[in-house]
Design a protein around this ligand. Structure first.
Ligand SMILES: Cc1cc2nc3c(=O)[nH]c(=O)nc-3n(C[C@H](O)[C@H](O)[C@H](O)COP(=O)(O)O)c2cc1C
Length: 328
């Protein structure tokens, strides 16, 4: 009887890590990542056919989404007792490679990664108003710490800034909706025809306009997600931002999004990202002014809790692994 070699076991762990990376959140569930698997390394690239070119012309939100997938894959390895080195934006080869994850051998399982790994299947976007009890300060502190550990800053919006955010989201969504190419792109990823296993399903889109201070994404149609009439009075808004505004910063912001979101999920909190005010330049500048231009905004998050059982909120589909992993 032959036993698998360490290299074979490591390659299997990498393949599983890439598959777990597939559960990461992404702009409109485009899953714009592609992994290339070799004996001891996973290479992460943008999947150009799954970038929303009108909404996201610089691929900043696609790169951020890839960062979330990278964090998911990394915790999958660390949580299962593998030591892995991450190299972001390696400059020694293909310029399209966003990151490389190389397994160097067995290591004691990292308890934080084990907890993240347990939470990955539970994490999802919840677009229902958050009318329940507000988040504890300790929960917000934990999310902020998880974000900071990934070299990304966060700013919790003051009440007056929430109104500013509402105006910026409204402005962004109205200006985007005027563009027929933008409407067609959104329709291709939310409802309508699209590759199966991706896109935002109607089951995750509210069945009516939600009672929220900050307007949710207008997907162009109502979905099937039942929402109550309550107002999202318990919402807390957090901006992820950082010093730079380059692809490496967007990648790191995605890792921070994953860490912060998994931390929130583990503590029973819900998360809804808002990217419209990042997509439109004027709104992004308004977001930047909110932090006195000390950094560059990457994404807005609404944190909250719902009184409805969290397990009633549906999960979005995922692409089969064959479509996200290439074997060398
Ligand atoms: C960079 C980024 C931007 C997003 N922007 C929005 C948004 O503006 N509105 C929204 O409703 N969801 C937004 N989402 C959530 C995605 O639609 C969601 O992650 C995706 O549909 C997969 O669903 P899941 O998070 O439930 O797994 C965003 C997610 C990411 C990663």
């Amino acid at each position: 009887m032959t036993h698998p070699t360490d290299t074979q076991v490591g390659a299997h762990a990498l393949e599983e890590a890439a598959a777990i990376g597939g559960y990461a959140p992404s702009i409109c569930n485009t899953q714009p990542w592609r992994w290339r698997l070799t004996a001891d390394t996973l290479e992460l690239r943008l999947a150009s056919e799954r970038i929303m070119r009108v909404t996201d012309p610089e691929a900043r939100l696609a790169t951020l989404s890839c960062g979330a997938a990278l964090h998911h894959a990394h915790v999958a390895l660390r949580g299962q007792g593998w030591d892995a080195i991450v190299t972001r934006m390696p400059r020694d080869g293909d310029p399209d490679v966003l990151a490389r994850l190389r397994v160097t051998g067995r290591a004691p399982t990292d308890p934080a990664s084990v907890e993240y790994l347990r939470t990955i299947p539970l994490r999802h976007t919840d677009r229902r108003p958050v009318a329940g009890s507000p988040l504890d300060a300790a929960d917000i502190t934990a999310v902020v710490a998880a974000v900071q550990a990934q070299d990304t800053e966060s700013h919790t919006l003051r009440p007056d800034q929430i109104l500013e955010l509402a105006a910026a989201v409204d402005h962004a969504q109205c200006s985007e909706a005027k563009d027929p190419a933008w409407r067609a792109e959104l329709a291709a990823w939310a409802g309508g025809t699209r590759p199966s296993g991706s896109g935002v399903p109607d089951a995750a889109i509210p069945d009516r306009v939600t009672q929220t201070t900050v307007p949710g994404r207008d997907f162009g149609h109502h979905g099937d997600l039942p929402v109550g009439a309550a107002h999202d009075t318990a919402a807390v808004f957090v901006m992820l931002y950082g010093r730079g505004d380059d692809p490496i910063d967007w990648l790191r912001a995605g890792e921070a999004l994953s860490a912060g979101w998994l931390t929130a999920t583990a503590r029973g909190a819900t998360v809804l990202p808002y990217s419209a005010p990042i997509e439109v330049v004027a709104s992004r500048q308004a977001m930047r002014a909110m932090i006195a231009s000390v950094g560059h905004p990457y994404l807005l998050l609404r944190l909250g809790r719902t009184d409805t059982a969290a397990d009633l909120a549906p999960h979005a589909p995922r692409l089969p692994v064959e479509q996200i992993i290439d074997r060398a």
